[in-house]
Write a protein that binds this ligand. Structure first.
Ligand code: KMT
Ligand code: NI
Length: 178
């Protein structure tokens, strides 16, 4: 089952896969208030229903661990670094964990990092335009996830430090404005 809490912001390039739990936990309602929806989904049938309700047309499966890179530690580290870089996407996206575990961090209304720890059967709906990042947990360093896309798998991640904004980002920012 998911755990949600404020990140302690004590992450470095070396320790970012650690828990970084500030001790301040966050309710699923509060997560909902920034447009991030959590669901516990226990079958592919349930997943398919949600996907058709929300008009999702594509999906893929990602297995992320060192073995997926044929034990090439540099390639693995490069991917980990990429996923942990703060970014947004132009479409809403669903992430459904089927094995292993991972952290999805999302920004709250005041730009603080909220960390969600997801394990098997945990699903997150991330609204278009939300700043987020992902990493594996230090304990397992493995996740298998189904990534659902509204249309074509749009892999484009727009990094926050690029300074690039777009209608999706602006709409999201005004939808959560305090
Ligand atoms: C994302 O959008 O950052 C991701 O999908 C990360 C990897 S999914 C386990
Ligand atoms: Ni992303």
């Amino acid at each position: 089952m998911v755990e949600v809490y404020y990140h302690d912001n004590k992450d470095t390039a070396e320790n970012f896969t650690e828990a970084h739990n500030s001790g301040e936990s966050i309710s699923l309602d509060k997560l909902g208030s920034i447009g991030v929806i959590y669901k516990n989904i226990t079958s592919i049938d349930e997943l398919n229903k949600l996907a058709s309700q929300r008009d999702y047309k594509n999906r893929d499966v990602v297995n992320l661990d060192l073995a997926a890179f044929n034990n090439d530690i540099d390639a693995y580290n490069a991917k980990m670094k990429q996923f942990y870089k703060e970014h947004y996407h132009e479409d809403e996206e669903i992430r459904y964990i089927t094995a292993g575990e991972g952290y999805f961090d999302v920004r709250d209304k005041n730009d603080r990092w909220i960390r969600t720890k997801l394990v098997a059967n945990d699903l997150l709906i991330l609204p278009a335009g939300i700043y987020h990042r992902f990493t594996l947990t230090d304990d397992l360093k493995q996740v298998t996830a189904i990534r659902l896309f509204k249309d074509e798998p749009k892999w484009e991640a727009i990094n926050r430090d690029s300074g690039i904004t777009s209608a999706a980002r602006e709409e999201y920012a005004s939808s959560i404005a305090v």
